[in-house]
Design a protein around this ligand. Structure first.
Ligand code: BGC
Length: 731
């Protein structure tokens, strides 16, 4: 060994031999494992080469008071270690497109619209847009997979980011998003773990729930999302669970996530949601974000014996392992322009597949050639479409069509209208019609315009954002200092012209006092930057709607488990949010159990054609070791236009289990030409991550299939099903 090589080996020894290092002899470091080695082996090698300071550097964000700005406009940043070729991590939001600090990007329709497609292949395309655009901006960690089962609190301001109330649908759709993101070599994230189902007092809310109820609801959605996607990061949430903050909760982070689910990746905190050093690290938190308030002290905590060295090494191992598994080392992001036209096409398709036709007395689809006048009323429909606010906000390609200030609460998020004018798209569908707009601020002038038009299309909107919950489920104007009463607007327009269509731009469930007065209602969600075109395509029948509700629309907030949202007494006190009331009976399971008729049930959505189901059969005894079953049937398009139907299989467990009357266990979206019949088989597999036949047994702490009779239902919504047959297990 020459002098320089020796010096370099000694240097490495000294670095490796700092606090926590264990080398005692002077040797050259072993060569790194080849790229073909497993992520675990490659991560172990790097951990073995790191000093204690380097290890601590990876387990917290790089934002400091002297260095408050993150590169690439990211929400978070972890500086890499050039000596070991460990790249920087740049973390950015992206639930509905790339988060707005990063730059202009494709504003997709809200995630709840992606869930309303009930189509995992569509969801994969949606996730691919997010992953590829993040990568084009040099971002290698996404913070987007919001899967809080917010049907517990439909007024939650973040509902638009989520995938609805059913853990299986939400889990499968989220898994498709996350897999697509990681296929672009971006570490995907699933959040906020867990039971973070309201924004009101989110940092002080102590959620009360029992093990079984949690495992069969919110946690099941995460479990499916984690197992099916191979997602490499999990973000723990602001709230407490049964008395302990989520980001230092050993039950959540270690027992359930890393133990029962064998999650191999890393847990990062939500922004400033870390509350301790040793308690958080020992509970299973691997990375504090966005700064180092608590985990900057980890070396001292190890030295004093409060945190084992093995735990710090495990934290670092998990972060590096995630980077290898997702391809961050082997496929570094290279800055390039995003594919605006390709991604816009997917944004439009996602909206066309996810918009839900809620009512139609025959007025839709419109025929552009027979209309001489159309009134377009409300919600800046002459300009653009609404988007949801907060960290999930996207700055659309080309910039916003309009911004409208920062409503308070949350006081920091800007109202952004995406640049896709429904009026322009509607005019293109009816070139001969006189299309006029009215801003909807004055119900009487709007009604006058409606009265003199062939058809009136009222756009109603409900802005929502992280940092707030909605005051009600009515269309409440939280944007303007003089609120527009949109319910009164619709009623006045419908009274003036019975040919009134309502298009809703909102993030979740709504109540509709005017429902019986209008001819048609289209739930467009926040429709994204091609929303105007998608809405016009549906209204004029170029696209046949096929979306189905991923969330129950109640008739009244009084029908919810908690008619009012629990709120903290002041800005610091911990307060309880009681989820033992509904337990695992979230959303439609609550309405079924309590026998309450919703306004629109989970799974509901109309089409311009009609379908029939025939020859439904239950096929059992497929395997001696597994109570799998199949539902086979013929699905026929009995109408005159092509269309897609979502056939849904629900299962009722034996009454002794105490489970709700039915749970979603399978579905298939089938596109059929007029008159076409297709034989469909939906398999329900107990080995699937959704554990369709099981309940969580608190004695064995395992999923168990109970003895007794199971009822199998088939239909096209949670409230429109027929019994196909029963299965008896163990008797
Ligand atoms: C949100 C997270 C987000 C983070 C970074 C937090 O306020 O709750 O969802 O990823 O900010 O922007």
């Amino acid at each position: 060994m020459n002098r320089f090589a020796l010096a370099s080996a000694v240097g490495l020894l000294m670095l490796g031999g700092g606090c926590g290092g264990s080398s005692t002899s002077v040797t050259s470091p072993p060569p790194p494992p080849p790229p073909t080695a497993s992520p675990d082996v490659r991560a172990d090698y790097l951990v073995s080469q790191m000093t204690q300071d380097e290890k601590v550097q990876l387990v917290h964000g790089g934002v400091t008071t002297s260095n408050p700005v993150t590169p690439h406009g990211a929400a978070g940043w972890v500086p890499g270690i050039p000596r070991l070729n460990i790249p920087d991590l740049y973390l950015a939001d992206g639930s509905v497109g790339v988060g707005n600090g990063v730059g202009q990007a494709t504003a997709l329709p809200s995630s709840i619209a992606s869930a309303a497609s009930w189509d995992v292949n569509e969801a994969y395309k949606y996730g691919k847009v997010i992953g590829s655009e993040l990568s084009a901006y040099g971002i290698n960690v996404n913070l987007g997979g919001n899967i809080n089962v917010i049907g517990r609190e439909p007024r939650d301001g973040r509902t638009f980011e989520t995938k609805g109330e059913d853990p299986v649908l939400a889990g499968k759709i989220t898994a498709a998003h996350l897999k697509a993101i990681q296929d672009q070599y971006v570490i995907a994230g699933i959040k906020h773990f867990s039971l973070n189902d309201q924004e009101t007092g989110r940092g002080q809310a102590n959620v009360l729930i029992d093990d079984r109820s949690g495992r069969e609801s919110d946690l099941l959605a995460f479990e499916i999302g984690v197992q099916d996607s191979g997602v490499q990061s999990v973000m723990c949430s602001y709230n407490l669970l049964n008395g302990t903050y989520a980001c230092e909760n050993p039950y959540l982070l270690t027992t359930v996530l890393k133990g029962d689910w064998a999650f191999p990746g890393f847990v990062m905190s939500d922004w400033w949601a870390t509350h301790s050093t040793a308690a958080a690290a020992n509970a299973g938190l691997d990375q504090e974000q966005p700064n180092d308030t608590y985990f900057g002290n980890l070396a001292q905590a190890v030295q004093s014996g409060q945190v084992p060295q093995s735990r710090l090494d495990d934290m670092v191992h998990r972060i590096l392992r995630a980077m290898f598994a997702a391809g961050v080392f082997d496929h570094p992001a290279s800055l390039h322009a995003i594919d605006v036209s390709g991604d816009d096409a997917i944004a439009q398709e996602a909206e066309e597949q996810g918009a839900v036709l809620l009512q139609n007395n025959g007025l839709l689809p419109l025929n552009g050639s027979t209309l001489s006048s159309i009134a377009i009323i409300g919600s800046h429909a002459d300009t653009g479409v609404l988007s949801g606010g907060g960290s999930a906000q996207v700055t659309p390609n080309g910039g916003p069509a309009l911004t409208e200030g920062n409503p308070c609460p949350p006081c920091w998020a800007t109202v952004i209208w995406d640049p896709s004018s429904p009026m322009t798209a509607i005019q293109a569908k009816a070139p001969g019609a006189n299309v006029q707009s009215n801003d909807g601020t004055n119900a009487s002038t709007a009604a006058t315009l409606a009265a003199s038009s062939n058809v009136a299309i009222v756009f109603v909107s409900q802005w929502a954002s992280e940092g707030m919950d909605l005051p009600s489920l009515n269309f409440t104007d939280v944007i303007h200092s003089t609120p527009i009463d949109q319910d009164a607007l619709v009623a006045a327009v419908a009274a003036a012209n019975p040919r009134t269509i309502v298009v809703m731009e909102n993030g979740g469930a709504q109540v509709m006092p005017w429902l019986n007065q209008v001819a048609a209602v289209l739930e467009a969600w926040y429709p994204g930057e091609r929303g105007g075109q998608a809405i016009a395509n549906i209204l004029f029948g170029s696209v046949n709607p096929s979306g189905k509700l991923p969330i129950t629309f109640p008739a009244s907030v009084n029908d919810l488990p908690r008619p009012t949202i629990a709120a903290p007494p002041d800005s610091t006190s911990i307060f309880n949010v009681d989820y033992t009331i509904d337990g695992f009976n979230v959303g439609y399971k609550w309405f079924d159990t309590k026998n309450i008729t919703p306004l629109f049930p989970f799974g509901f959505g109309l089409s311009y054609t009609t379908f029939s189901i025939s020859n439904a059969q239950l096929i059992t005894n497929l395997s001696s070791s597994n109570p799998n079953f199949q539902v086979s049937f013929s699905l026929t398009n009995t109408g005159s236009v092509a269309g897609a139907e979502v056939a849904q299989v629900y299962l009722g467990l034996p009454a002794a289990t105490g489970e709700p009357p039915k749970r979603l266990v399978g579905w298939q979206k089938v596109l059929l030409q007029p008159g076409q019949t297709q034989n469909v088989t939906i398999e329900v597999d107990e080995n699937d991550s959704s554990r369709p036949l099981s309940y969580w047994d608190v004695k064995s702490l395992e999923w168990q299939v109970a003895d007794g009779e199971y009822s199998v239902y088939l239909g096209n919504s949670s409230r429109n099903v027929n019994l196909v047959g029963t299965i008896t297990i163990g008797q």
